[in-house]
Every structure is written in C-alpha cells, then in structure tokens.
Design a protein around this ligand. Sequence first.
Ligand SMILES: [Zn+2]
Length: 266
Amino acid sequence: MLGYHVSIDDVKNLKYIEGLESAQIFLTNRSLHAPPNAFEALKKLLLKKELTSDEKKSSFYVNMMATIKFIKYFKIKVLIIHASYTTQLFSTKDDVFMRSLQDAYFYTSCCKVIERETKATAYYNIHLPKKTSTIRSDELSKLFKKTKKYILLETETDSPIPEFVESCELNLCFDTAHVSASGKDIMSTFKALRKIIACVHLNGNTLDVGSKRDKHCAFNDKENKVPKLEEFIKYISHFDLPIILERGAEVPSNEIKKIQQMLDSL
Ligand SMILES: [Zn+2]
C-alpha cells in the first residue's frame, strides 16, 4: 500500500496521491501539539454531538473535515497522523512528558473519529526514545492499554528498544533511513521484527550507515547510502503494509511511479 507524506492543503501536488492507498499527514501544523481549545470539539465529535459555530470555524475542525474528505475522495485505506517532532513520550522532563501524553490521547482520539467516519485504518506515529532508561511505565501502560491499536512507534536513528515495544504489544513503524543510520542491516532487522511492524517509512539516507543521523532521499538517489534498499522494496511487496515515502515538501512523483512499477512487476 504505497503512499507518501502529503499536505492536504497542497492542491497542486495532491494529484500524485491518485491510485495510492496510504498517506501520512500532520493533522495540525508540524510544530503544533494538541490545540488546547480543541479538546471540547474533539469530545463532541467522538460523542456525535452538535458543535458550536465557533468550534466549527476552528482550525482543528476544519483540518479534521478536510482530512475525512481527503480519505474518502482518494479512497485511502491507511492514514497516518505524524506527531509533532517535539512530542516525546519518553522524555525525562515533566512538562515535555505531560504535553506528549496529552498529544497521544488527543491524536489517538482523532484516529478513532477518522476510522468511524471513513472506515480507513488510522494511526498516530510517534518516535521511539533514544534511551530505554526514560520510560515511565505507569503512565505509559495506562495510555497504551487504551490506545495501542492506534499507536505506531517509529524506529529512531539510535533506538535500542524494540524489546519494550514487543512487551507492550505495540505496533512499530520501520524507517529504513533510521535503522540504517543506527548501524543495523535493514533486511535482517525487518525480518526479526516483522510480527510487530505495521508500517514502513521507505527512505534513503544521504548520511553514512551507523552515523546516527539521517537526511532522507529517494531509494534510487546517487547519494543514498542505505544498502539493499531495492532488494528491500521487492521483499516487502509480499506484505500488505502501508509504505510511506517521506521527502519533506517535495512530492516524490517520479519515485512513486518507479516504485509502483517495481511492485506491479512482481
Ligand atoms: Zn520516518
């Protein structure tokens, strides 16, 4: 199920999503956390209660309605909401942790509304911690108990903790650029974690294997340093997983065509 990270406001580039089955978005702005004034509106959406006219004018509501329309129009089967980059569920700082917890409850509830309204599968994608020592197991097990169906934990460039993900039975988002930057082989790591992987971020990396840093590029870019990426695409075509290309503001239309041809020819 190929797709890419899209901005649903970017009308000019939306045509490339035609025929694809998955997509990733920032439901709000990429730097924003759960908008404080949107909780009441979200609660009403969940309970199917009438919203006030002010709530209907809020950017949260407008974005939600646009997202639902987008999914229905393009017949998207899997929609992924990407967390803000400053959302960190495994932070040692109280304020960051509390805000991230609030984000997680907020966006997984958005996933619930989206699923109910569109029948698409919806996930909230959040990055794994860099170190295992920062896990606050009490609050997190409470959160995951209620929301784990909707949560994807994404591999980081330096994330040592699939064991934690496995023990909580959480879904993993496997980012090829991050796994390679962590120094691991993408193929054997994917095979070892296959059971818990629910999504793939298919990215090349212009920075070295093991560098712990990533700068995304196309799978066939001359600068790509992720080994065996083409072989990996062929391998994962056997699974019914959403495959998301993350290329920033640039829409990877040529790459989409090439990967689709590869998948179709198998
Ligand atoms: Zn990613």
